[in-house]
Design a binder for this molecule. Structure first.
Ligand code: THU
Length: 136
């Protein structure tokens, strides 16, 4: 899928965000290596720490459906779902992506004016802690 289409899929997913506490709505769309698209939104909780970000929702949906190889993810978000600026993934989401995605996995951030920012996972999570770090 084209990057701009993946951004649109993320924007659509953002509409389902459950964010009654922060009112900050986020959507993500993840493409697998075989071309399947999994979307996600943030799902907040009254016990704030139980909140799940949009990116992790998408990754967990995909992994729970048997997918473990991914090409790219698009992320959009904004206060009250008003999407104006690029939203970067939080540290926990970067770590979760690093569990399944290669260092050159593409993270695509979009703005409604059509601006697209592309980062590799390696740029966003240098020195990621992975399974290899645990081999003695
Ligand atoms: N959020 C995401 O969904 N993804 C991120 O990478 C950044 C933060 C959500 C979590 C919370 O529901 C709201 O944005 C404010 O932090």
């Amino acid at each position: 899928m084209e990057d701009r289409e993946l951004i649109q899929a993320a924007a659509k997913a953002m509409e389902n965000a459950y964010a009654p506490y922060s009112h900050f709505q986020v959507g993500a769309a993840l493409e697998t290596e075989n071309g399947r698209i999994f979307t996600g939104c943030n799902v907040e909780n009254a016990s704030f720490g139980a909140t799940n970000c949009a990116e992790r929702t998408a990754v967990f949906k995909a992994v729970s459906e048997g997918e473990r190889k991914f090409r790219k993810i698009a992320i959009v978000g904004g206060p009250q779902g008003v999407w104006t600026e690029a939203v970067f993934p939080c540290g926990i989401c970067r770590q979760v992506m690093s569990e399944f995605c290669s260092p050159d996995f593409s993270v695509i951030l979009g703005k409604p004016d059509g601006t697209i920012y592309r980062y590799s996972l390696k740029e966003l999570n240098p020195g990621a802690f992975t399974a290899e770090d645990m081999s003695c």
